[in-house]
Design a protein around this ligand. Structure first.
Ligand SMILES: [Zn+2]
Length: 204
């Protein structure tokens, strides 16, 4: 694939991802997305912050789409059926229609990089709305501390559940520096080592 074709394809993929996940960014946040477990329940405050982050991501995405669309409109002297400056879907469709031209523009690679990173953030935020992160307990693994002493991993264990995936997490992971993780077939053994209450777990 030529560099031009690769840029065009990256642009199309990014714009498609933004369009596909845009609606989810306006959905109200699910209460279940707030963390549960031994953390203090700060539901109201946490979801407000998440909502604010989402509004700011929408605004940033619109600005990004708008600035690239403006280059297309101005350089190509487009005058018909132009989307409004805040119409994310309309702007994305316009950019898709001119992705071939934009990929050949001197700023094409930059457009592709910027829109791809925007698309990844939109996708993450949209998918986050359909998942819940549940604290399972403290990580039971033993790790090296200070080079020559062994100690218990300081991480907490988390299971991320996506609502469209039959409510079963893919893995249980620890948020410590070693990012320990357990696949489904290891959960039974893990369950015997973890206590959800701080300080009472058994170290195997
Ligand atoms: Zn760990």
């Amino acid at each position: 694939m030529t560099e031009l074709a690769a840029t065009e394809r990256a642009l199309m993929t990014a714009l498609n991802t933004i369009r596909e996940h845009w609606d989810a960014l306006v959905e109200p946040l699910l209460d279940a997305s707030a963390s549960v477990g031994t953390e203090p329940v700060t539901g109201g405050k946490a979801s407000l912050t998440a909502t604010e982050a989402r509004i700011s991501l929408r605004y940033e995405t619109i600005l990004c789409l708008n600035s690239w669309a403006r280059i297309v409109v101005e350089d190509r002297h487009l005058t018909h059926a132009l989307p409004l400056g805040h119409d994310a879907l309309g702007l994305a469709i316009l950019l898709e229609r001119h992705a071939g031209w934009l990929s050949g523009h001197e700023a094409g690679p930059e457009a592709s990089r910027e829109l791809s990173s925007m698309a990844a953030r939109v996708k993450d935020s949209a998918e986050g709305n359909r998942s819940a992160k549940i604290q399972v307990g403290r990580c039971p693994e033993t790790v090296w501390v200070d080079g020559d002493t062994m100690g218990r991993c300081a991480g907490n264990l988390w299971a991320t559940i996506r609502f469209e995936e039959a409510m079963l997490p893919k893995a249980v992971v620890c948020d410590g520096p070693d990012a320990h993780s357990w696949a489904p077939h290891e959960w039974a053994a893990l369950g015997r080592r973890v206590s959800p209450v701080e300080g009472t777990e058994t170290v195997a």
